[in-house]
Design a protein around this ligand. Sequence first.
Ligand code: IVH
Length: 672
Amino acid sequence: MMNKTDALQRISELREQLHKYNHDYYILSQPTIDDFEFDMLMKDLIALENKFPEYADDNSPSQRVGSDINLEFKQVAHQYPMLSLGNTYSEEDVRDFETRILKLTEEKIQYVCELKYDGTSISLRYKNGKLVQALTRGDGVQGDDVTTNVRTIETVPLSLQGDDYPDEFEIRGEIMMPFQVFQQLNMEREEDGDSPFANPRNAASGSLKMQNSSVVRRRKLVCYLYYLLGKELPTRQHLQNLEVAKSWGFNISDDSKICNSIDEVLDFIKYWDKQRDELPVPIDGIVIKVNSIDQQEELGYTAKSPRWAISYKFKAERVATRLNSVAYQVGRTGSITPVANLDAVQLAGTVVKRASLHNADIIANLDLHLNDSVFVEKGGEIIPKIVGVDIDQRDVNAEKIEFIENCPECGTKLVRLEGEANHYCPNSLLCPPQITGRIEHFIARKAMNIDGLGEETIDLLYKQNLVNNISDLYRLKKEDLMPLDRMGDKSADRILGSIKESLNVPFEKVLFALGIRHVGQTVAKKLAKTLGSIQAIKAASFEELVNIDEIGDKIAKSIILFFEDEAQNQIVNDLIEFGLQFELNREELANQTNKLEGLSIVISGSFSLHSRDELKALIEQNGGKNTSSISKKTDLFLAGEKVGPSKLEKVEKFGIKTISEEEFVEMIQAAN
Ligand code: IVH
């Protein structure tokens, strides 16, 4: 047995790790570990805490279930806490579940097996047949009120059918993004220069937390319900209740099954482990519940989960295959992504031939050699990854994979900047994929929004020497386009029309479209609003740049480097000549004041004169900073109707000055 000092050391180590993973998962929506590994670490921690009760701590990650609470939404206490389920990973664990139950009751048990949907859980409250509230799980005790967003989900009934529903009840389920929607969304995000979601689960929870519910609607989320709660339920059987709920209009899975023995349960698990890739939405396991509500009540709950239900988690599918080579892709900013070429192999319903290797460090950590037998896994992620190497299979003479030193496309020596994980090719103006990549970025919807030019057309235009950089687009004539493969009269007109229209695209988008490294949409907007014109940005010193909110060393350096480059300056000058917007328009400039300079302002509640977005824009136009959460650094609290009590409490605690919408408008008008 481990001695006390070692145990304490390991316990604190595990707690620290798990706290971090929880934060990555729930708060940042960016998981850094897969569920299985997380659960294993948690198991280790719980085992040690049980063995050494003297080290118990109320703040240990084992004592709570994580939180997805977002300060922008009103927090509301759950009427019944939202518990989690104990996890099992093997046949033996499932049999142990039954053994535990049989110790507590003599009666015969009927189980219900359900799919374990892999999305984000939701609790819906209905009063007199109408949806009145939708809460996320939060920390299990209180959740975020996301009712407005949930109302946009088609599979959530707003008003119930029939007349036999209780006056008041809750129903719980899972909100998910179907695979198909997920793939489409990620494609669009990449086109727009946004980073893609890692998996459908993150996409679903991210979507549910958006401020603009009309965008949520377009995310085409779906909701399956699996748990009816309340004082007067239709029957004393869980599955029968769900069937009745189905008649009220709820989306209830047709795949649940009554099982009269643990062997039947295990068959159900085996069946779905194979079959799960055929479903339109992701599942990550099976939930096993005792069907009788009387028995459920008899079995009761532990502090964190019911004793009458458990989940079985599927293992991430893993296969071994051969590593044939490593290819290196060059992105639009020159960053290099290594990709493994593999012997084709069947994994989780698709044929896998490639796996992402991310960067040089990952290759070094795996100690990859050519022809290695590698293990490939496809967790919740869509792009498979290499998780390990079978060293026993390695030939003694196998060649170690060394990260390339020169750009595979143009031969230029690669560089890796301090603190960055990726190598990149500095030959931005002559390296072919960087040229076409920059043009694709330039025309994207969130940049210049130029229609009709796909990747292929851009390649053709580049190969035929018609477009070598973004400014060449404005030199294109109809005669240039017509001879291109599959180009019709109408398409050519559309392209030229759209290029002409792009002359009206506002400065902040033009600045984003230039594709300066590290200058994304938010930074471009900030620079445009603060400095007002391209000339001012070009003239700004490093110190002036880093003095702007949200602009750090890395971004400032990148902007300076961009304008030190003669060729880039030439392109910008050409674009100015062609008539693109390189300063804020007159109206925006006329409305710019510095009345709110240096003030950090939080907006909350609902407003009657302006939308929240308009208020945000007004704050920025007048030199203020809009922040989302209240802290001691907040200067002003702009309060609308129906501000949540927890916000008001904080405002009072920090003694922050509160103003109404009318007072705010007067304040900025006085400035003009
Ligand atoms: S029942 C007290 N049924 O898994 C029982 N949960 O770890 C509450 N989940 O938070 C949950 N499919 O988000 C239940 N058919 C299903 C489920 C399911 C997915 C999720 C749910 C819950 C988590 C439990």
